[in-house]
Design a protein around this ligand. Structure first.
Ligand code: NA7
Length: 543
């Protein structure tokens, strides 16, 4: 095996570190990649912009941040000891608990000694002669590596729209995706929240309980389901832990990689009485499982309308002011944008200190020294929270100057939308891997099993190369084209590709409109990845 020891070589005036594998990002993907490669004796190091591990859960510290996948499943399964020993307090974990878990994993597997924190990778350039990646950090360090693994996350590059006057505002500004580590107290303040996506829906009830006055600037209302979060029952946890592998195996047979019951009935073939009963029961259970009420909800607009109307009725029943209820009621496809999960969101609009401002027809004109203006009225604010989301799936990757063969920039290659083979690799960029990249199920699944599957596939591939003296692996153009075509074909079958969401890049000005994740489901995708390996890395050229 070559290069199993890290080494630092002196060159003319700079130190160049040589590694077998560079990993970018210390979220759940980068952490497991590091652990796995180290176990296999491969020299590797992680570079992380933040000062700690946890990725998404390191950055998204806003009040109310919580996972919408159940804790017992939103966790690693690679170590049975780990999953047996870790105690999740709540059904849906708050950000702080997930970050504690990430820190525990880092300590338990002694990961920190190979993670370089507070370091941003600014470029990764492939040298065709040496077949190495030349990687640079923001503090000028250079690394030469045979492989580069991008564990940069799907929702990690924040989107701050270019509001006019942004820099003149005298109050405090925050982005939910870059929330400060210090406690933020809005007590006695007039606060504006821009956006009503998942981050806003989780944080608005928290802000409302602190602020003197909360103004919510809404462009598009969203569907949300009560989480019905609760403390986990120790007896229930015992039962799960007694057969954790059974739960994990069942989850892998589900399209979402999440052990939820798969619906067998179609909404339109069910009597309206039974349909209502099913929606009520799913509503009472709470969470994203609501969309698993019927099998046709994401494939048939009429079926979808039945679920959408059920939610709109719930809004009308909850929100006292009919005008506000109407403004909060979405009229697009439910589940097209990612369904939100909340605790007390609509109820918050019954509070006297909360105002909903519709900016759908009157965009925010400008931010001023003392607030912002929409529809000709200035709202005076002490603080503004931008809950304006992310440049999802490609943003973090394209923030790095990545260049492959003949100096081809990834940014240019993907100007019409991301193109990958299996979301793992892209033609003309040899030995570059993406964990949960565009074109893989990623954000449409429980991220943890998807991350683990990618990490294991990539590390097996690297080991296969090292043991067989293979220096380079690269997706062929044909394999990539076929995969992209397949990703688009299956996307077109679902209503999910029909609306303006971050799944299609619609939230970012100038971004190509392409449905980015693979919607064919976890089992089908895994089968394809395994077939590729069984057929000697079919669709890749190796040399
Ligand atoms: P989202 O879901 O992308 O939500 C962003 C919100 O910000 C959304 O309501 C946007 O309205 C709003 N937005 C964006 N730009 C503007 C401008 N210029 N003016 C007014 N409003 C604006 O991001 P989140 O962070 O909430 O959630 C991302 C994912 O994290 C979520 O799906 C979960 O998976 C976890 P729009 O809908 O575009 O009209």
């Amino acid at each position: 095996m070559r290069d199993t020891q890290q080494s630092i070589n002196e060159t003319a005036d700079k130190q160049v570190r040589t590694l077998e594998v560079v990993i970018v990002g210390a979220g759940f993907a980068g952490m497991y990649m590091l652990h796995r490669l180290r176990e296999l004796g491969v020299s590797t190091r992680v570079y992380e912009t933040g000062s700690g591990v946890g990725g998404t859960w390191y950055w998204n510290r806003y009040p109310g941040a919580r996972c919408d996948v159940e804790s017992m499943q939103y966790s690693y399964q690679f170590s049975d000891e780990l999953q047996q020993e870790w105690e999740w307090p709540e059904k849906y974990s708050p950000q702080a608990d997930i970050l504690d878990y990430a820190n525990h994993v880092a300590d338990r597997f002694d990961l920190r000694r190979d993670i370089q924190f507070n370091t941003r990778i600014v470029s990764a350039i492939f040298n065709e002669k040496t077949k190495k990646w030349n990687i640079k950090t923001d503090d000028g360090e250079q690394i030469l590596a045979n492989f580069c693994v991008m564990a940069t996350g799907c929702l990690s590059s924040t989107n701050l729209p270019k509001f006019k006057g942004l820099h003149v505002f005298k109050g405090k500004t925050y982005h939910t995706g870059q929330w400060p580590h210090e406690t933020v107290d809005f007590d006695g303040m007039k606060v504006g929240v821009i956006g009503t996506g998942s981050s806003a829906i989780q944080s608005i009830p928290m802000f409302a309980s602190q602020a003197d006055q909360l103004y919510v600037f809404q462009r598009t209302p969203n569907y949300t389901i009560p989480a019905r979060n609760a403390f986990l029952d120790p007896e229930e946890v015992k039962v799960i832990k007694a057969d954790y592998s059974g739960l994990r195996a069942r989850a892998k047979t589900k399209p979402s990689g999440y052990d939820l019951p798969i619906p067998t009935r179609a909404a339109l073939e069910t009597s309206s009485e039974d349909r209502l009963q099913e929606f009520e029961s799913k509503w009472e259970n709470g969470g994203v499982a609501f969309m698993a009420s019927f099998k046709d909800l994401l494939f048939d607009k009429d079926a979808n309308d039945t679920a959408a109307e059920f939610i709109r009725k719930k809004i009308r029943e909850t929100v006292k002011d009919p005008k506000i209820a109407n403004l909060l009621s979405p009229n697009n496809v439910i589940g097209c944008k990612r369904l939100c999960v909340d605790t007390g969101y609509w109820e918050t609009f019954n509070r006297s200190n909360v105002s909903l401002i519709d900016v759908s027809n009157h965009p925010i004109e400008t931010i001023t020294e003392n607030g912002l203006i929409t529809d000709g009225r200035e709202y005076l604010l002490d603080a503004i929270v931008f809950a304006t989301g992310f440049d999802a799936m490609t943003g973090a990757l394209l923030n790095i100057d990545i260049r492959g063969r003949s100096g081809l920039k990834l940014k240019d290659k993907w100007s019409g939308g991301p193109k990958t083979y299996l979301g793992l690799s892209t033609a003309d960029f040899p030995n570059l891997f993406t964990i949960t990249g565009p074109g893989s199920p990623s954000v449409l699944t429980n991220m943890l099993p998807s991350i683990e599957q990618h990490v294991e596939w990539i590390s097996d591939c690297i080991m296969h190369m090292l043991t067989n003296g293979i220096k380079c692996i690269e997706a062929t153009q044909d394999a990539e084209d076929d995969w992209v075509e397949h990703v688009n074909e299956v996307a077109d079958l679902s209503l999910r590709s029909t609306c303006s969401s971050w799944y299609v890049g619609a939230n970012i000005e100038g971004k190509a409109r392409v449905f980015m994740p693979y919607i064919g489901g976890f089992p089908r995708y895994v089968e394809k990845c395994e077939k590729v390996v069984a057929n000697n890395y079919e669709g890749f050229v190796t040399n």
